[in-house]
Design a protein around this ligand. Sequence first.
Ligand code: KG4
Ligand code: ZN
Length: 413
Amino acid sequence: MIMFPSKGKILQRLLQHRHTFWCSPPFGKAACSRLVLGIETSCDDTGAAVLDDKGAILGESLHSQKEIHLRSGGIIPTVAQHLHRENIERVVQEALERSGVDPRQLTAVATTVKPGLALSLGVGLEFSKRFVRQHNKPFIPIHHMEAHALTVRMLHPVAFPFLVLLISGGHSLLAVARGVDDFLLLGHSLDEAPGDTLDKVGRRLSLRKHPQCSTLSGGQAIELLAKDGDRTRFPFRTPMGQNFDCCFSFAGLRNQITMTIMKTEAEEGIEQGTLLSCVNDIAAATQHSVASHLAKRTHRAILFCKANGLLPSSSPTLVVSGGVASNQYIRKALAIITETTGLHLLCPPAKFCTDNGVMIAWNGVERLREGKGILPPNVDVYYEPKAPLGVDMTAEVKTAAIRLPSVKIKISN
Ligand code: KG4
Ligand code: ZN
């Protein structure tokens, strides 16, 4: 019987052949490792980076649309699409130039194709399709949340499995990362994401008018103002106290905060759009409630993992990433939980918590190393605005209905 090599094997041989070819002169030392170009456009950041197969960042470029969206009071998808279109060519070019890598030297191109804003994802995907066809390079489609979860491995030698909490403007989820493309989803948001809540509260409080906050996102502004606030003045209820699972809900909390703001505006006799005198206290109470909700759901996820042997007994780790993970108060709240439960807490630096091209290129490197999800340049790939991460275990977590021991989240500013 004649055995034909599988598609994957052919691709693997092609990659090995390329490696030998580019390791010869005139391409020099950088050419000796496998090189991945990563491209990110899933939301409001146009990012690109070139990494070698050890995770060294050879060149990167990032264009943030934050200020424009801050001015318009939120992300308008058509505006985001237009800005991605305007910047993608330059951003990719810059990342390549800074790395000193010629497109011919690349081993593969990795691009976010899910989940995210359809119009934003489309720009990155169309650009990448053209690029890989033009340069005849393998294409690695990337799941944005998988990339957030794996970024930590570029910086620390964290072995699978580990627990990961991803909190950003678009997502909140708890999952066990068991492998590069193997996740167990323990919890997700039932309504909005924590960063979205903080951004909306920031807008309702008109924090852009605050002299210290004009260029900050809602989350950043609330963290800054909370430092001088008294959180006990507005005791908001931590959400979902009677739901013994690991899902999140922030819409009810936002409603509580909005009602309080309206009541305080009436008491102070001021109109919506004017800064309240107690803005620091509201910021502190908001931040505390978000931190407390995240900490409680994470605590339950840790206990669920322990009860089901999902984490290693030696050095079990919680990784926290996504834009909201740059919040120091939230990190401290999570540190209280990991200390109580004997887990090791790891958060990438803020620069790698928010969206960027580096994390996408790194995800490409991880997939390349394992030969997973590497496609030929001419294969049709579609973007997916909604794409859950991993195997859904939320029903099992709910059935387990784990009650939490009382832990005081007491943090000094
Ligand atoms: O991960 P990211 O850059 O984009 C996605 O949403 O995917 O996260 C942006 C979000 C925004 O909602 C922003 O308000 C929030 O992260 N954020 C913060 C902080 N820095 C950014 N939230 C709380 N504290 C911060 N220091
Ligand atoms: Zn993100």
